[in-house]
Design a protein around this ligand. Structure first.
Ligand SMILES: Cc1cc2nc3c(=O)[nH]c(=O)nc-3n(C[C@H](O)[C@H](O)[C@H](O)COP(=O)(O)O)c2cc1C
Length: 171
């Protein structure tokens, strides 16, 4: 059985968020869970459907999760930004797991605009504010900034976990 304290959960349509999630999971020694949908979103039709799902906040089906989120001290949730919103499958995952979440952190990947509104939506859907957030734009990735941003983010999360452990010792 896994002893990880952190679970990294993500949705990715074209692989960017998957790559970031996988790097983060390695940095944090975390378990990794991909949000999977029964329906395919590839190609132009998949793009359009994703756009409409995000704008209209349409509910979508997702497959059953593999990990029990309630057993993790911290769940780090990642999404691509769609029309300035959280992606529809990540929205569905948050709605399904809301009752089982303790502490959360958020990350997103995007072309350039909409991370703030997407993070605000994720906070409402999760029913709590994140302990930390990280947005990675395509421009930052092209400049070779991605690893540095993820290192800063993962150090911040490790510090939070260390603080929590210290507080538990004091109680
Ligand atoms: C339907 C749709 C809407 C998008 N809307 C935005 C947006 O509002 N702002 C932005 O910066 N990028 C937007 N993007 C780009 C994605 O957020 C970006 O390419 C992301 O890194 C893709 O992640 P993925 O490869 O994990 O799917 C959109 C992409 C899609 C498919």
């Amino acid at each position: 059985m896994s002893k990880a304290r952190v679970l990294v959960v993500y949705f990715s349509r074209t692989g960017t968020t998957r790559r970031v999630a996988s790097t983060l999971a390695t940095m944090l020694n975390a378990d990794l869970e991909e949000i999977v949908e029964p329906r395919d979103r590839s190609g132009a039709m998949g793009y359009l459907r994703s756009l409409v799902d995000a704008v209209r906040k349409r509910p979508v089906d997702i497959s059953r999760a593999e990990h029990d989120v309630s057993s993790y001290e911290l769940v780090v949730i990642g999404t691509p930004v769609w029309a300035g919103s959280v992606s529809a499958p990540t929205r569905a995952w948050l709605a399904t797991n809301l009752a089982h979440l303790h502490r959360v952190a958020f990350f997103c990947t995007l072309r350039g605009r909409g991370s703030e509104s997407a993070f605000a939506q994720m906070g409402s859907l999760a029913g709590r504010q994140p302990v930390a957030r990280c947005a990675i734009t395509a421009h930052e990735t092209r400049l070779g900034e991605e690893s540095r941003l993820l290192e800063v983010f993962s150090h911040r999360l490790e510090r939070k976990l260390a603080q929590l452990e210290e507080m538990e010792w004091l109680v």
